[in-house]
Design a protein around this ligand. Sequence first.
Ligand code: NAD
Length: 306
Amino acid sequence: MNVVVTGGAGFIGANLCRELASRPDVGGVVALDDLSTGSAANLADEENVDLVKGSILDPALVDSVVSQADAVVHLAARPSVPRSLKDPVASHHANATGTVNVLEACRRGNVPVVAASSSSVYGATEALPKHEELPTRPLSPYAASKLATESYVLAYGASFGLPVLAFRFFNVYGPLQPAGHAYAAVVPAFTDAMLRGEPVRIFGDGQQTRDFTYVGTVVRVLADAVLRKVSYAGPVNLAFGTRVSLLDLARQLADITGVPADIRHEDPRAGDVRHSQAADGRLRELFPDVAQVPLAEGLAQTVDWF
Ligand code: NAD
């Protein structure tokens, strides 16, 4: 089987390319990435992964890459809520229009597609845990664009019989997730600050909660989905209901790094949701053998990688 991973040079994408390349049933892996937030270095050691540098906004390129594939995992996106507040149109282009380009290429060859949506689509919906039948109420352009991503994916399944699977990722963390830039995710941002002896910045009171999923767990599920050709007509949460406050996360990372967290509270950020916790019933129905790497173990592996 030949698999194309859009966004394959990014954090989750590069971890997935490695996982796919290690599976005996996968013959070739192609990462299609414009390197806007990803990096060729993430794939430098991977002899069995080919990197095609280019954009999903180039339909001819997407067509030519996808025409060689037996499956596509569509992860390419312009990530992050704050980035989308700065440039909503760019988020829309990459996440909505780019997705349609990928789906058009998949439709032409009837190539199954597994795609990344986001827990941010639940937005202002306050019920916990977040199960997939809850209404979606995006709070940011990023969340709206990811809702567009998953809506298009599911619509192509319904309209054209394309085998599709749209996962809602929650807070994915682990090796290769970059720190040291304005849009860094919370685990690398906290870890990096502690290891440098700098203050840990928390936006708001730190009581907001997130459901963290180790990247190794995420890519195993993605690779299983591809190889078992799993498709589903609705969105599927890819997280396990492990709800942790940011203050608690900082405490756990301080224990692992051995560096006390010097916490500085800043104003809450626009577009951020208050609480996040996945219901994992649908995931467990589709992937009965799924097992997650526990948070303490995943955080220890992440700190080791730094
Ligand atoms: P990332 O920024 O590391 O990966 C995105 C990749 O897409 C990057 O390599 C980037 O260069 C590439 N890309 C962006 N625009 C492109 C374009 N026009 N053409 C080709 N490539 C392009 O981020 P990530 O955390 O690995 O996210 C992967 C996917 O998971 C994204 O779809 C994101 O929205 C989704 N997601 C991630 C999380 C998380 O916690 N990391 C949570 C929810 C959803």
